[in-house]
Design a protein around this ligand. Structure first.
Ligand SMILES: [Zn+2]
Length: 104
């Protein structure tokens, strides 16, 4: 493969980093990187940005899981409270209605 210039290499860096390039292109990029400190710096900057994006994504996932757990707990408690109040109403009706009927 022909020698690559810096602009081409920088366009290829994300694919290079994810090992998506054809073997010959990857070899040409690797060759360029051995002789070009500026492109190595660009690769390192790209990797740093990717790490930051991953950390932000993980933090967002954690917040989502916490929020989902709170919602689950809320609905669980709501359903338990609803069932208990229903049972309470039925029990009260079972014992109080005969008393009321006896009184009136
Ligand atoms: Zn370069």
């Amino acid at each position: 493969m022909d020698e690559l210039n810096c602009n081409t290499v920088r366009d290829l860096l994300p694919s290079f980093d994810e090992e998506l390039l054809h073997t010959s292109v990857r070899a040409a990029v690797t060759e360029h990187l051995t002789n070009c400190p500026a492109c190595v710096a660009a690769l390192n900057a790209h990797r740093s940005r990717m790490r930051t994006a991953q950390l932000i994504g993980r933090e967002r996932d954690k917040k989502f899981c916490k929020s989902a757990a709170k919602t689950r707990a809320y609905w669980k408690n709501f359903i338990i409270a609803f069932i208990l109040s229903l049972i309470g109403t039925l029990v009260a009706a079972f014992f109080i209605l005969p008393l009321l009927c006896a009184v009136f």
